[in-house]
Design a protein around this ligand. Structure first.
Ligand SMILES: [Cu+2]
Length: 168
């Protein structure tokens, strides 16, 4: 188990090089556009999963992903279309924009393995069921970038890791 505390919210913490441990399970996740804002601002999902883009306000949106690895999507979501579903097949951090509402901005983080988590409101995270071993732990944040460090997980012990990002 790897834990840490800080105040960096909406960052994704993940292991980059793990080949063992728990099985990847697909998730059904959604990105809400309620009030012309992406909620959550950063949505993390296991690779191969689908995202439902929700349109509860019944207005026109246009969901456009700026992906370099996955097939980019650029789809109008008319007011009658409550849900737009898209599958993401490759690990990538993907910016999401709405062409109708220029201020709408969010991120999809497609994770390569089941060991990922978004930091909570206190900046904390916890990766559970990590088998003993040496790993690279990485933190990604939409505007602050990426950092990584080596961690060693021992059986029945908690490994701790802290990251510090300079303000931008
Ligand atoms: Cu919109």
């Amino acid at each position: 188990m790897i834990v840490a505390g800080d105040k960096l919210v909406s960052a994704v913490v993940y292991l980059t090089d793990i080949k063992k441990g728990k099985k990847m399970e697909l998730a059904k996740v959604s990105m809400d556009q309620n009030g012309c804002e992406y909620k959550p601002h950063v949505l993390a999902l296991p690779v191969g999963s689908s995202v439902d883009f929700l349109n509860p306000d019944g207005i026109l949106h246009n969901v456009r992903t700026d992906s370099k690895i996955n097939t980019p999507m650029n789809l109008a979501q008319p007011k009658f279309k409550k849900t737009l579903t898209q599958k993401f097949d490759k690990p990538e951090a993907i910016p999401v924009r709405c062409d109708v509402h220029g201020w709408m901005s969010g991120w999809l983080f497609v994770a390569a393995n089941p060991y990922f988590q978004i930091t909570d409101t206190s900046g904390a995270f916890k990766l559970t069921d990590v088998p003993p071993g040496d790993y690279t732990l990485e933190v990604w944040h939409g505007t602050l970038g990426k950092q990584s460090k080596k961690v060693t997980v021992k059986a029945k012990e908690e490994a701790k890791a802290d990251f510090e990002f300079a303000k931008k």
